[in-house]
Design a protein around this ligand. Structure first.
Ligand SMILES: N[C@@H](CCC(=O)N[C@@H](CS)C(=O)NCC(=O)O)C(=O)O
Length: 214
């Protein structure tokens, strides 16, 4: 049985598991309460961030690496095109751009806007992080003008990666996505697998509801 520790970007992992039809257990981790008293979780990830997984003897962190591990170990799956398929390069690029280019940068904008002292909310680093997010988002916009999904005509794990980042930007920063991105998020989040994931992810449901009511 695969155990997923924590939501946040763990939503990506749960969504992938739901799409692949694999059995898992979601073990909540409360970052806001502080992880210092959560000895079980700290034994899994002493660095204290989420998500992490445990799968038998395997312990891993980093949501994109975890998704690649699960698809490689329990695939093949249409969520990961074959390396010789023409869609593979775009798949690989957007799978990683979703975290390295989009989520990682907007996460720090969110921290600055929502948690930093007033004088730091729009500091140089926060502006740089927003600029990184916006330039990388331009690549998503260009790709969506060519195809309904980031690797082409079929939904893949790259869409799980990027959809999470776009929703993070919407919910935490109120980032105004364009029409193509909004239609894309409606398409990916309209999937049955996404609906099941939302049902399983209690914290994410609360986060989405709070953001929608602001
Ligand atoms: N690149 C990592 C980012 C992990 C990350 O920053 N997670 C956030 C929540 S989604 C977290 O745990 N933040 C608290 C911390 O870093 O201590 C991934 O994709 O898993």
């Amino acid at each position: 049985m695969i155990t997923v520790f924590g939501e946040g970007r763990g939503f990506r992992v749960v969504w992938l598991l739901e799409e692949m039809g694999l059995a898992y257990r979601l073990r909540p981790v409360d970052l806001l309460a502080g992880v210092e008293n959560d000895a079980e979780f700290l034994a899994i990830n002493p660095a204290g961030f989420i998500p992490a997984i445990q799968d038998g003897d395997v312990t891993m962190v980093e949501s994109i690496a975890i998704m690649e591990y699960l698809m490689a170990r329990y695939g093949p799956t249409p969520l990961a095109p074959d390396p010789h398929d023409p869609s593979f390069p775009a798949y690989q690029q957007f799978l990683h751009l979703g975290e390295a280019g989009l989520a990682a940068s907007i996460y720090f904008v969110s921290g600055a806007r929502n948690l930093a002292p007033e004088a730091e909310r729009n500091n140089w680093s926060a502006r740089q992080a927003l600029d990184v997010f916006e330039t990388r988002l331009g690549l998503v916009t260009r790709q969506l003008a060519r195809s309904p999904y980031l690797a082409g005509d079929a939904f893949t794990a790259a869409d799980i990666s990027v959809t999470y980042a776009l929703q993070l930007a919407q919910r935490n920063v109120g980032f105004p996505l364009g029409a193509a991105e909004l239609a894309y998020v409606a398409r990916t989040s309209g999937r049955e697998g996404y609906r099941r994931t939302m049902e399983a992810c209690h914290d994410t449901r609360g986060w989405a509801a709070r953001a929608a009511s602001r």
